[in-house]
Design a binder for this molecule. Sequence first.
Ligand code: R7I
Ligand code: MG
Ligand code: MG
Length: 349
Amino acid sequence: GGPASLSRFRGALVAAVLGDCVGGEFEGAEEVPMESVLQHLSSLDDETKGNGVLDYSDDTAMARCVVQSLLTRAGFDEQDMARRFAKEYSASPGRGYGSGVIQVLKKLSSPQLSDVYKPAREQFNGRGSFGNGGAMRASPFSLAFPDLSDVKKFARLGAMLTHSCSLGYNGAILQALAVHLSLQGALDLPEKFISTLITEMEEVEADKESLNDARILKEADKPFCERLHRVRDLINRSKVSIEEVISELGNGIAALHSVPTAIFCVLHCLQPRDCLPKNYDGLKRTIAYCLALGGDTDTIACMAGAIAGAHYGIEAVPQSWMRCCEGAEDAYVNAEWLHKLYHQSSEGG
Ligand code: R7I
Ligand code: MG
Ligand code: MG
């Protein structure tokens, strides 16, 4: 489809759910042989398997809250979104939430709370979390707002409801930027895609909080930019091993160690790769590659899935995978509502 087509919206939202559901199998694993990944993925083609056998985790649970809030309020409403996060957590606490964020979600459910950003600020001795929980649910912002500055502004605020450290919420901005660009067809020119991300993040990371957090946490001046430069170096190399990707970019639960990694996976899998089956198309390659990295596989596959899904569109999503994943059908339906909202806004209505 063309830029911002319905197919791209569906691809983004559905493939994010798929990444989360199929990635759950390997979350936290240190080494994942590609053989195990391919075995897991081919088991999804087994017709005798029931529908929705793979549960989604916190990644999708929170993304669904973001989607519902944006649609119901026809825009960003921090009170409404915070309430939905808290309600979702208390209804299904067993979705694999990060150990820190649980405290925030409990505080958010208090009816006395007036500043919904306060519980997040109290995390980790007042510096806030740098986990990837803000980034893992950032994609829907790119599907609701056509304007780049809105995408950045609301992805940041949406993340800050649980992640007030700049190394957390800037990861959400980066993820949202990547989905926004992919939706426009920007992955047709991968070099330009990565330079645009770097240019945008140069500005995002130039603010006082970001520079200060980076200094305190002993990271590079502009940590996400630095990682994006590493992504660019890696995609320009003829051969890259899984071990090098992990050591250069990471596969962990910090946003800094997972968002650039997800972006790399998408770029790397734009072409066929020797380690992946010849009959796999780009979207399947991307998800398989993410799982083979081990570590935070559900979240990296979820974020890469959103970016890749926005590029390849819903036609690239295997029907059998969709059938196996809880919440995939809802994502398919919600994508159309987001598509409407996005195009309403772009008409200036
Ligand atoms: O970021 P968050 O929502 O977790 C998301 C991850 C994804 O992989 C999900 O799939 C799920 O498995 O969890 O949850 P947080 O609790 O805010 O952050 C995750 C973890 O990052 C924390 O439990 C800490 O171990 C670590 N962390 C920090 N550690 C020290 N200092 C995050 N921020 C800090 C910090 O400032
Ligand atoms: Mg998860
Ligand atoms: Mg995870």
